[in-house]
Design a protein around this ligand. Structure first.
Ligand SMILES: [Fe+2]
Length: 412
């Protein structure tokens, strides 16, 4: 199967901009683009005046300075040109503490402080009402990590959340990913921006017929040596209608497979590719290459001990050990399990109940895929800040059980 070109992911969309900044008309900001080379040199983009009012109010309240411009781009010096440089960004083991592992299974501290805990579907998605994320104790944070590991994605509406506290929570959950190409909140490199208007400004022309980068099934950062665990997206500006996001459960996808196919996949590995491409230093004229890393196709979650199917259409390229045609057929089937089974998905509308407040979603990339709905067509503003915590080196424990096995649910 040929690798997907470009990318799809909502998360990577905002990193595409750096290669397009020289297409921006009327910017006149020498700090942004080195016109001699036509490459971005980092600094501030000139779009602060386009920021929606709720975002501006949040930034003003929490001391985020947009006077120099918005968003901020990382310096060009840090952007990999060659694929070996991209591998080197993070190529070694680093410590990871699974916060959900020793949490109270009953989550008394977290649930006791909430006014309501609402399971949105049987198998995936829980909304917690009446709690502010920035006020959680460490005990509640641990219990939330376990809840995310069990329910795949957890939502909090009506949040008054500072970018600084969002970053701090992400650091609690693991090493925060800092992307050498992604634009971020000024002064806070670990908080990337989800802002369709920015993409529009830098030349990404989505139409309702063709959405280039957002509306595809994907999992964040699967090509990392230690891929993404929890992603926390906080939308501070939300369309009146639409702009939903959909998640699909990797636990439940695994349980959908026949025992024979489960047995075939258990212990196998696949190749996962990066969204971005880079030149091969030894073969620079033969096109750009993805970063590729090999991970278990069925992985065990360290907090729940449950098996999860770990593939996605955008970034899982091939199953190791199979002929290309065999791999393509099996992967296509596995992608379809996530994408076609509505009973293992949750579709969430982000709208808060109180004006001026934002909504947060925290999901676990080890056990899910997601897909952003673009039905609002950027006719209304949508803006969010996102922090991704990297997790453990993926592993498959042959002794681990599926979610349904572990919960004692019917396997027929
Ligand atoms: Fe994403």
């Amino acid at each position: 199967m040929s690798p997907p070109t470009a990318t799809a992911a909502e998360d990577i969309t905002l990193s595409l901009k750096t290669t397009n900044l020289n297409d921006v008309s009327d910017q006149g900001k020498e700090i942004l683009v080195d016109l001699t080379k036509g490459k971005p040199v980092g600094g501030y983009a000139p779009f602060a005046h386009l920021l929606p009012a709720p975002t501006l109010a949040r930034y003003k309240k929490y001391g985020i300075d947009t006077s120099k411009g918005y968003p901020e781009a990382p310096p060009q010096a840090g952007i990999p040109t060659f694929v070996d440089e991209a591998y080197a960004v993070r190529n070694k083991d680093f410590p990871y503490i699974e916060r959900g592992k020793n949490a109270d299974p009953e989550k008394k501290s977290l649930f006791g402080a909430a006014t309501e805990v609402r399971h949105l579907t049987k198998h995936i998605g829980t909304e917690i009402v009446g709690l502010q994320l920035q006020a959680l104790t460490d005990q509640q944070r641990d219990e939330l990590a376990l809840l995310i590991a069990e329910r795949v994605v957890v939502f909090f509406r009506d949040q008054d959340l500072s970018p600084q506290k969002q970053l701090e929570l992400g650091e609690y959950y693991g090493q925060v990913e800092k992307h050498p190409q992604a634009v971020h909140v000024p002064g806070l490199e670990g908080i990337t921006i989800i802002w369709p208007e920015y993409l529009h400004q830098v030349g990404v022309k989505n139409t309702f017929k063709q959405v280039k980068y957002t509306a595809r099934w994907h999992t964040d950062l699967v090509h990392e040596h230690q891929p993404a665990g929890i992603t926390h997206l906080h939308n501070d500006t939300i369309p009146e209608v639409g702009g939903d996001t959909v998640w699909s459960s990797g636990y439940a996808a695994y349980d959908k497979l026949s025992p024979a196919l489960q047995e075939f996949l258990d212990g196998k590995t696949a190749i996962y590719i990066s969204a971005h491409t880079y030149f091969d230093r030894n073969d620079p004229l033969n096109g750009k290459k993805h970063v590729e890393r090999e991970h278990p196709i069925i992985r065990t979650h360290p907090a729940t001990g449950w098996k999860s199917l770990y593939v996605n259409r955008s970034m899982t390229d091939r199953i190791v050990g199979l002929e290309p045609g065999e791999s393509a057929v099996i992967l296509e089937y596995l992608f379809g399990v996530f994408e076609k089974n509505l009973d293992i998905q949750v579709r969430f509308n982000w709208k808060p109940t109180k004006p001026g407040l934002g909504t947060s979603a925290l999901w676990d990339n080890r056990i899910s895929q997601h897909n952003a709905v673009w039905d609002y067509e950027n006719t209304e503003p949508r803006h969010g800040t996102r922090v991704t915590s990297l997790a453990e080196l993926p592993y498959f424990d042959p002794e681990s059980k599926s979610q349904r096995q572990s919960l004692g649910l019917s396997l027929d």
